[in-house]
Design a binder for this molecule. Structure first.
Ligand SMILES: *[C@@H]1O[C@H](CO)[C@@H](O)[C@H](O)[C@H]1NC(C)=O
Ligand SMILES: *[C@@H]1O[C@H](CO)[C@@H](O)[C@H](O)[C@H]1NC(C)=O
Ligand SMILES: *[C@@H]1O[C@H](CO)[C@@H](O)[C@H](O)[C@H]1NC(C)=O
Ligand SMILES: *[C@@H]1O[C@H](CO)[C@@H](O)[C@H](O)[C@H]1NC(C)=O
Ligand SMILES: *[C@@H]1O[C@H](CO)[C@@H](O)[C@H](O)[C@H]1NC(C)=O
Ligand SMILES: *[C@@H]1O[C@H](CO)[C@@H](O)[C@H](O)[C@H]1NC(C)=O
Ligand SMILES: *[C@@H]1O[C@H](CO)[C@@H](O)[C@H](O)[C@H]1NC(C)=O
Ligand SMILES: *[C@@H]1O[C@H](CO)[C@@H](O)[C@H](O)[C@H]1NC(C)=O
Ligand SMILES: *[C@@H]1O[C@H](CO)[C@@H](O)[C@H](O)[C@H]1NC(C)=O
Ligand SMILES: *[C@@H]1O[C@H](CO)[C@@H](O)[C@H](O)[C@H]1NC(C)=O
Ligand SMILES: *[C@@H]1O[C@H](CO)[C@@H](O)[C@H](O)[C@H]1NC(C)=O
Ligand SMILES: *[C@@H]1O[C@H](CO)[C@@H](O)[C@H](O)[C@H]1NC(C)=O
Length: 815
């Protein structure tokens, strides 16, 4: 009796020991049990990924140590405790059930037969077969996150989906699979966005995986089955090692292998560097993990948004510098025969969206050259000729492997000699302009010397000029112009419909401004210097010099310039919402500028000004802040424009004098208008006027005809002194809830327009006051132009007329 019990126990152990590999209707398994494949490589059983009690059924490697799970059944519905079973249901399906016999997962293939069995094969595949031995379901057809040997990753149906986290097998945001369009590529997607790309399949390797040629050959390959559909197979025949690919919950495919000493090691990873993130450097960018920073623009291209780019935000990518010959007006004789060409880049992961073309290698180049939209080509033996149209995305340079990529480039980019010529042309233009400035200064100096004979003034003036010339030649030395794209006259003429008057946006101080659209669809504003204006040349050069060095989101962006055939033009980004005054003062338009928007605009202007005064490498005084020089982008965010009058200050300089007082009356600080002294504080004054205009919705100049008030400043001051400042608030935005906020802004505005420059806060202080609720702001003193300039007779009436029209005026010899 005892013996038989012993034998029974032994038999039990023996049964467990020989380990079954099959689940049948009569032989389900419970939490404590497993089935093991006949070669002992894989097992199926219950597991918990974390220390909690959640139980899942999965297939894993049958090795001691940490479980390496290759497949999970009930990944979306875990069991709460160890009472689950895996069994064959009455309908023949394989299912995971909980203690209450509720179905948590089922193979869900409708076969009305209970005569089925599920077997774990040596490959790790769990196969459900019917009584005739035909497979009706396989775990390999519904993989989780792991691609094991002998598995087929079929392009059309199956792909891998990551776990949500290392402790949660439910479906995460990453998936991976073969993408067959044009040339097969392996992808990892984050939700539906590409996150990684293998590069095109080149016959036995992927072009974008360096080292694959040696390490992976004869392991992974793409095959076509009988029905003509492609699949990817991992057919590593060396059975001594174990190897699998797993898409982990961070979106990385790792190749994991078991070495001879029982260590699982990662032998390859899809994210070997930052450059392996799809489109890291944006369109027309190139990534090289050995460079710092890793992103650059392809040759012939420049950052689309320099400011973002320099901050390491490369998503915007790059745009072409200048024009391709094929984009220009072909009849222009000087450019005849200067064909576009190609620049060769070596060891490249070629861009996404390759288009295979069935032509021999030597014919690959010319059809691309003939089509302006063809931006690159490459040839690879295993694929043939590939062309790219439009943007080039996800380009990477390897240190080895990869293939040669040919990028379309303008003639000028190909031949450095030609490039030098261009520089010389620009340099000479600059020198001519400088001479012109110097010459007019000389005339001025003569005139002043003769008429006034004031030595000091003369010295100041000539210093000014010397500085100006220095700045200009400094620019040439540092080849700053090189960075500023040149646009051809034809391109601009075409973009603006030959400068048709209906494209005119307005007339600035020294010429008309046109709206235009480049061939690539980009909208631009073109400021054209009228040939008649000689003063304009200086301002033109000044603007180029000043603004080409600046990049800030609250400054309008200069895209390039055109100096060709007597023409001088500046090309800016187009601001669809025009200038601030068109919204603020036009009663016929609906009031879209609520208080929140106005506050954003005020703060944006302050930030732009702070950048000019402090944050750029130079200290720049704008000298002509006014509503019409504040442009609004599509989100109604402000951008300061018009740098024609701006001045660059040297390192420690904080004030300068000029005899040529230029600016707009009403915005000019008293010390500047009357004595020609300008500094940061004179810009702060202009800002204060702007602020009060924005809050009140009234033009500074709208008071000149008013008998009782001198100006907006006088009016604001009087109301403030009488604690009636709420009456200043534009009725269109007034709301009791925000009154307190608006009053604070008025207070700050009054601090900015105080008569004496030393009393005014600087811009950083202004910004601090605007953005934080400092409770005890100083009490503003009398603003400039109120009490003292009380009588209208004290200024010439001619100047008052000017100010009414809000135009920039010039007064020579203002003192
Ligand atoms: C079983 O499959 C059918 C369609 O094939 C689907 O509608 C149904 O929701 C599935 N049931 C389960 C429990 O997955
Ligand atoms: C299988 O189904 C048949 C009827 O379709 C039934 O007679 C038989 O008892 C079932 N077997 C099991 C093990 O449930
Ligand atoms: C098994 O095969 C026979 C003959 O091919 C067929 O009649 C029968 O329906 C099959 N049984 C199942 C369960 O598919
Ligand atoms: C990958 O799997 C997801 C979810 O099953 C599916 O929506 C997607 O179409 C699949 N992609 C490919 C390329 O098979
Ligand atoms: C994946 O996409 C989500 C949004 O869909 C994003 O929040 C997340 O950062 C992305 N992950 C990676 C690694 O890019
Ligand atoms: C995924 O794999 C990468 C590369 O081996 C690793 O850095 C990352 O930590 C892994 N993520 C998780 C969640 O394990
Ligand atoms: C695997 O990793 C272990 C330590 O983690 C190391 O000792 C071993 O040399 C590695 N094996 C291989 C083949 O790199
Ligand atoms: C990156 O730059 C783009 C424009 O180039 C912008 O839309 C995006 O908001 C920027 N992202 C960050 C995080 O600053
Ligand atoms: C090229 O420009 C000239 C004027 O500059 C114009 O007459 C001609 O029609 C243009 N040709 C093309 C092809 O646009
Ligand atoms: C240039 O290539 C594009 C994209 O393949 C095509 O749509 C266009 O028709 C081609 N143009 C010419 C002139 O062949
Ligand atoms: C601009 O160029 C395009 C394409 O070359 C042409 O179709 C269009 O007529 C041109 N427009 C003008 C005003 O020259
Ligand atoms: C300010 O108001 C006080 C009375 O509250 C008055 O005496 C003073 O003259 C006012 N100052 C100005 C400049 O209007």
């Amino acid at each position: 009796m005892r013996e038989s019990l012993f034998i029974l126990l032994l038999a039990c152990c023996f049964v467990v020991g020989i380990s079954i590999d099959t689940i049948t209707r009569t032989q389900p398994i419970e939490d404590s049990e497993t089935i093991v494949s006949s070669d002992q490589a894989y097992k199926l059983g219950f597991f918990s990924p974390a220390s909690n009690s959640d139980r899942y059924v999965g297939i894993m490697f049958n090795v001691p140590g940490t479980a390496h799970i290759i497949w999970v059944a009930n990944r979306e519905r875990p069991l709460n405790g160890p009472s689950g079973t895996v069994e064959i249901l009455e309908d023949g399906n394989l299912a995971v059930l909980n203690g209450k016999k509720e179905i948590l997962w089922s193979s869900n293939v409708s076969k009305s037969t209970n005569d089925t069995s599920a077997q774990l094969l040596d490959t790790g595949n769990l196969v459900l077969t019917d009584s005739n031995g035909t497979s009706i379901w396989e775990s390999f057809q519904v993989p989780t996150d792991t691609f094991v040997q002998k598995m087929r990753l079929s392009a059309s149906l199956i792909n891998l989906t990551s776990w949500k986290s290392a402790f949660d097998p439910s479906i995460g945001s990453f998936s991976s699979g073969l993408y067959l369009f044009q040339i097969p590529q392996l992808f990892i997607w984050n939700n539906s966005k590409p996150y990684w790309r293998s590069g095109p399949w080149g016959g036995n390797t992927f072009i974008g995986i360096p080292g694959m040629n040696s390490a992976y050959r004869n392991r992974l390959y793409l095959q076509e089955d009988n029905s003509g559909s492609m699949y990817f197979i991992n057919d590593y025949s060396d059975t001594s090692g174990m190897l699998y690919y797993m898409l982990n919950s961070s979106g990385v495919i790792n190749e994991v292998s078991l070495d001879g000493n029982g260590y699982w090691n990662i032998s390859w990873s899809s994210q070997e560097s930052q450059c392996d993130v799809y489109g890291k450097c944006g369109p027309f960018g190139i990534c090289n993990p050995r460079d710092s920073p890793i992103c650059a623009c392809l040759p012939g291209f420049q950052p689309r948004d320099r400011e973002e780019w320099s901050r390491g935000n490369w998503t915007g990518g790059c745009i072409r510098r200048g024009w391709l010959q094929c984009e220009r007006n072909q009849s222009a004789s000087e450019d005849q025969g200067k064909q576009d060409g190609y620049l060769k880049l070596k060891n490249m992961k070629v861009p996404d969206f390759p288009e295979p073309i069935a032509i021999p290698e030597e014919e690959c180049r010319s059809p691309c050259l003939q089509n302006c939209s063809c931006t690159a080509y490459a040839y690879y033996n295993g694929i043939g000729c590939m062309h790219w149209n439009g943007s080039l995305i996800d380009v990477q340079q390897f240190s080895f492997d990869g293939i040669d990529l040919y990028i379309r480039a303008a003639y000028s980019e190909l031949d450095t000699g030609k490039r030098k010529d261009m520089k010389a042309v620009i340099a000479s233009t600059v020198i001519v302009a400088s001479l012109l400035i110097a010459f007019s200064a000389y005339i001025c100096w003569k005139w002043l010397a003769k008429n006034k004979g004031k030595d000091q003034e003369v010295k100041l003036l000539s210093e000014d000029v010397i500085k100006m010339v220095n700045i200009v030649s400094d620019t040439v030395d540092r080849a700053k112009f090189e960075e500023l794209p040149l646009y051809s006259y034809e391109a601009l003429a075409n973009a603006t419909n030959n400068f048709q008057s209906k494209n005119m946006l307005g007339k600035g101080g020294f010429g008309p401004v046109y709206k235009g659209k480049l061939l690539d669809g980009q909208e631009i504003a073109v400021k054209r210097l009228s040939n008649s204006s000689s003063q304009g040349v200086e301002e033109f050069m000044n603007e180029v010099v000043v603004i080409s060095k600046l990049q800030h989101k609250n400054l309008v962006r200069l895209l390039g310039c055109c100096i060709e055939r007597e023409e001088k033009m500046l090309i800016y980004e187009y601001m669809p919402n025009k200038s601030l005054d068109s919204y603020l003062f036009d009663a016929s338009k609906p009031n879209i500028l609520d208080w929140r928007r106005r506050a954003i605009i005020i703060e944006g202007i302050a930030r732009g000004l702070l950048y000019l005064h402090r944050d750029s490498r130079l200290k720049i005084i704008h000298r002509d802040l006014k509503v019409s020089n504040i442009l609004l982008d599509e989100e109604l965010k402000p951008k300061i424009s018009d740098f024609g009058l701006a001045r660059i200050f040297g390192g420690n300089q904080d004030q300068a004098n000029t005899n040529r007082v230029v600016g707009t009356y009403g915005y000019m600080a008293p010390e500047y208008a009357m004595e020609g002294r300008f500094s940061e504080k004179s810009d702060v004054y202009g800002f204060g006027v702007l602020l009060l205009e924005i809050v009140s919705g009234r033009r500074n100049t709208s008071f000149y005809h008013d008998e009782n008030e001198l100006s907006l400043l006088g009016y604001s001051w009087r109301l403030w002194n009488e604690t009636q400042a709420t009456r200043l608030i534009d009725a269109a935005i007034y709301d009791q809830g925000i009154e307190h906020d608006i009053l604070r802004y008025i207070h700050i505005g009054l601090l900015c327009v105080q008569e004496f420059a030393k009393d005014r806060p600087d811009v950083s202080a202004v910004l601090l006051m605007l953005t934080t609720e400092i409770s005890n702001l100083p009490r503003p003193k009398l603003p400039g132009y109120t009490g003292r300039l009380g009588s209208p007779q004290s200024e010439s009436s001619a100047q008052r007329d000017c100010s009414i029209n809000d135009v920039t005026v010039t007064v020579v010899g203002g003192r």
